[in-house]
Write a protein that binds this ligand. Structure first.
Ligand SMILES: NC(=O)c1ccc[n+]([C@@H]2O[C@H](COP(=O)([O-])OP(=O)(O)OC[C@H]3O[C@@H](n4cnc5c(N)ncnc54)[C@H](OP(=O)(O)O)[C@@H]3O)[C@@H](O)[C@H]2O)c1
Length: 430
């Protein structure tokens, strides 16, 4: 009798249906590598009567999670519902009941990954979550296997497709933020409430996961600094272009003398940097490691089939061990306990609107100097009536010193507005 590994899929939306299609359409290919048929025994949905663009036997569908969690024949539970609850409770119950777990749930892994991984490890069960970061890009597996013996120094990533689409539209078509967001919503790339994407929450979840794995040290989501793109203007994109820079929402995580710095923010990046060339909804992760040097992983960060492929690969990895009867005890690779720094040293682009009269530049420069902020360049961009617009590019400075300097600059009579502050990675490659 041929061997079987039985799985259940919890959630049958974009990723659930993609996963199911891959398992069905590529069944022979998968069986030949796993050494067993992967059989979908049950599929959990919320609404049994919902019209779906996929044919499945009605017997497979259930709205009762215990049909899966209490079924001793199911080897692997595949959680593709999203959100914290009931996903968390279902995953914990699945592990308690001896089932391996695959999930694509970035929010859950970023917020509660440590306890879920600890439970899986204590039970000798597999827990895989490749699709939780950058959908179709095999980045977690690359960190855990191909780069396992190397030391990662820096990770820079475009890890949110929605914001990259918006910034690409703004840069290529001169759209303002609201127009570009509307286009993203019309195309189905942005939710009606786009907050999770545009304010950087989604990217922060992914950076917490990636940096934890890359640096072998748990990075709590509340330690990830976060700033979104909703304040980015056409003017800054234009001025950036004149300076040879492109604005991208980047997750940056780096090990600086044994301390980690992890954050998500808009960044001015040299236009020739590989990440500056990543457009539309695509994602990319640029890695700098000690032995290999520079690597870039590029591809679709979302989508039914691309993300479904990542989930199917996780299922196959675990299924191979199930076939061999192996226990899995090394899910969690966070064996170090590195401090996540509160402060980083960063260069800034700062656009300031001032009264157009002699001595203003010197006044502002003097305030910056008082807080130890060195200026690399100053550009007078626009003069209209009694107003002038000045762009300041600083050298690398402690974030807190810069913030204090800006508070002081704002209090000057000659300063009308500090219009924007954007991180600069002028060297780009570290
Ligand atoms: N979409 C992507 O390209 C992508 C990429 C990477 C990662 N992810 C992650 O993958 C996961 C799934 O995303 P998705 O885009 O596939 O979501 P989706 O299209 O909204 O599908 C969610 C599915 O879960 C079911 N569901 C939700 N709550 C449920 C509950 N309480 N009980 C039973 N079933 C429930 C829904 O049932 P009904 O169909 O009956 O409503 C639906 O089938 C999320 O964690 C997401 O962050 C998605």
């Amino acid at each position: 009798m041929s061997k079987e590994v039985k799985i259940a899929i919890m959630g049958f939306g974009t990723v659930g249906t993609g996963t199911y299609k891959i398992l069905k359409d590529n069944g022979e290919l998968i069986k030949n590598q796993v050494g067993a048929d992967i059989v979908v025994e049950k599929i959990l949905v919320r609404d049994r009567n919902k019209k779906r663009n996929i044919e499945v036997s009605d017997d497979l569908i259930t709205i009762n999670a215990d049909d899966i969690l209490e079924d001793p024949s199911i080897d692997i539970v595949v959680e593709l519902m999203g959100g914290q609850e009931p996903a968390y409770s279902y995953i914990m119950k699945a592990l308690d009941n001896g089932k391996h777990v695959v999930t694509a749930n970035k929010e859950l892994i970023a917020k509660r990954g440590r306890e879920i991984l600890a439970k899986a490890d204590s039970k000798g069960l597999g827990l895989c979550f490749e699709a939780s970061v950058c959908g179709g890009i095999p980045i977690i597996r690359a960190f855990k296997t191909s780069l396992a013996g190397d030391k990662i120094k820096r990770i820079m990533g475009i890890v949110n497709g929605t914001t990259n689409y918006i910034l690409t539209k703004m840069a290529q078509e001169g759209s303002d933020y609201k127009e570009a967001l509307g286009q993203a919503q019309d195309k189905g790339y942005a939710e009606a409430d786009p907050t999770a994407d545009v304010e950087g929450f989604d990217a922060a979840y992914k950076m917490a996961i990636l940096s934890s794995i890359g640096f072998h040290s748990k990075v709590d989501i509340d330690k990830v600094k976060r700033e979104g793109i909703s304040k980015i203007t056409k003017t800054d994109i234009e001025y950036g272009k004149e300076l040879g820079w492109t604005i991208k929402l980047l997750g940056i995580a780096q090990d600086v003398d044994g301390k980690l710095e992890v954050g998500v923010s808009p960044v001015m990046l040299p236009k020739e940097h590989p990440l500056a060339l990543v457009n539309g909804v695509n994602n990319a992760v640029f890695v700098n490691s000690e032995a290999v040097g520079e690597l870039m992983f590029y591809g679709p960060g979302a989508g039914q089939m691309a993300t479904g492929n990542s989930v199917a690969a996780d299922i196959m990895d675990i299924a191979k061990e199930v076939v061999l009867g192996n226990a899995m005890k090394t899910n969690c690779s966070c064996f170090e306990d590195k401090i996540v720094a509160e402060e980083s040293r960063v260069s800034y682009y700062t656009r300031i609107s001032v009264v157009n009269k002699p001595g203003v530049l010197a006044q502002i420069a003097s305030v910056f100097g008082n807080f130890g902020v060195s200026i690399e360049s100053v550009l007078q961009k626009k003069t209209e009536g009694d107003r002038a617009e000045i762009v300041w590019i600083t050298s690398k400075v402690e974030e807190s010193s810069f913030r204090k300097a800006i508070t002081s600059v704002k209090s000057l009579d000659v300063v009308k507005e500090v219009s924007s502050i954007i991180r600069v990675e002028a060297n780009g490659y570290c």
